[in-house]
Design a protein around this ligand. Structure first.
Ligand code: JD8
Length: 249
C-alpha cells in the first residue's frame, strides 16, 4: 500500500453519501484501509442557529444559491484535521468532463476533496478561490453533486493497488485498453435456444484470445468508432478492422 488514498466529501446530505459506502468494492477498500474516506456535513461549518447553507441570488432570479463561507470553513477544517489536499474538486455541470484520465491523475495525487453543491449551485467564489478544478460527470442535469462525487470516488478507489482483485484485473478494464470489452458468457452453455459461441468452450486459448480481440474491435467499430483513433492498435488489429469495415458494406 502506498498509504491510503484520502478522499473528503463535503455535502449537505452526508447520510446519502455514507449509505452508498456500506457495500461493494469501495466499502471493502475502506474496510481494508486502502482508501480513507471522510464525509463532512456542510451544516457543521455554519455559524448561525439555523445552520443555513443557502441564500437568495444577488441580482434576483429563481431558486437559492449555496453560501461560500461553509465551504471555506469545511476545507479549512479538512486541512487542519486531514492534511493539505492535492486537489479540491467542485462538481458542477459546467465543469470539464470527468474521464478515466482524471480518475488516474486524482487517484495518484494522494488526497482529494470533493465539494458537492445543491439548489441552483454554489457561490462562484468557491469555484474561483477554493476549488482547484471543476468537473462534471456528463451532459445531463442532476439535482446535486453527491452522485457525481460518488462516481468519481468509485472510479478513483478501484485504481488504488489491491482494491480490485487480480481476477477482475484493472489492466483489462475497458477504457484502459482503449477498446470496448468483448462479450462475456457464463453457464449454461445453452439458454432458451441461445448458445454460447463454440470457440469459448473449445479450450483453444489462442483461438479464444483472437475471437475476443475481434469482438472487441467489432463492438468498438459499431458503438464507439471515436475510440479507435486513440486505441493502441497493432497491424493485426488494423487488418481485422479493415475486414469488418468492408464486410458490412
Ligand atoms: C452539482 C446543484 C443542480 C440543477 C442548476 C447546478 C455534475 N453532470 C452533472 N449534472 N449535474 C451536475 C450537478 C448539478 C448540480 C450541482 C453538480 C449543484 N446542481 C443543478 C439545475 C440547474 N444546478 C453534474 N458534476
Amino acid at each position: 500500500m502506498t498509504m491510503p488514498l484520502k478522499i473528503d466529501i463535503v455535502s449537505i446530505f452526508p447520510g446519502m453519501v455514507n449509505a452508498s459506502l456500506t457495500e461493494g468494492v469501495v466499502a471493502r477498500a475502506i474496510a481494508r484501509g486502502l482508501v480513507d474516506v471522510a464525509v463532512h456535513d456542510l451544516r457543521d461549518f455554519t455559524t448561525d442557529r439555523h445552520r443555513i447553507v443557502d441564500d437568495v441570488p444577488f441580482g434576483g432570479g429563481p431558486g437559492m444559491v449555496m453560501k461560500p463561507e461553509p465551504f471555506f470553513a469545511a476545507v479549512d477544517a479538512i486541512r487542519t484535521e486531514r492534511g493539505v489536499p492535492s486537489a479540491i474538486v467542485l462538481t458542477t455541470p459546467d465543469g470539464a468532463k470527468f474521464t478515466h484520465r482524471d480518475a488516474v491523475r486524482l487517484s495518484e495525487s494522494g488526497h482529494v476533496v470533493v465539494l458537492c453543491g445543491r439548489y441552483e449551485g454554489v457561490d462562484d467564489r468557491v469555484r474561483r478561490h477554493l476549488a482547484t478544478e471543476e468537473l462534471s460527470i456528463g451532459d445531463y442535469v442532476l439535482s446535486g453533486g453527491e452522485l457525481p462525487a460518488l462516481v468519481m470516488l468509485d472510479a478513483m478507489a478501484r485504481l488504488v493497488p489491491g482494491v480490485v482483485g487480480d481476477e477482475e484485473s484493472v489492466a483489462r478494464d475497458t477504457f484502459m485498453r482503449g477498446l470496448l470489452d468483448y462479450p462475456q458468457y457464463t453457464r449454461p452453455a445453452s439458454f432458451q435456444g441461445a448458445d454460447v459461441p463454440a470457440v469459448l468452450l473449445s479450450g483453444h486459448h489462442k483461438a479464444i484470445d483472437r475471437w475476443r480481440r475481434r469482438e472487441a474491435l467489432a463492438r468498438t467499430l459499431e458503438q464507439r468508432p471515436d475510440l479507435l483513433e486513440s486505441a493502441g492498435l497493432d497491424d493485426e488489429d488494423r487488418m481485422i478492422l479493415e475486414e469488418l469495415r468492408t464486410r458490412d458494406r
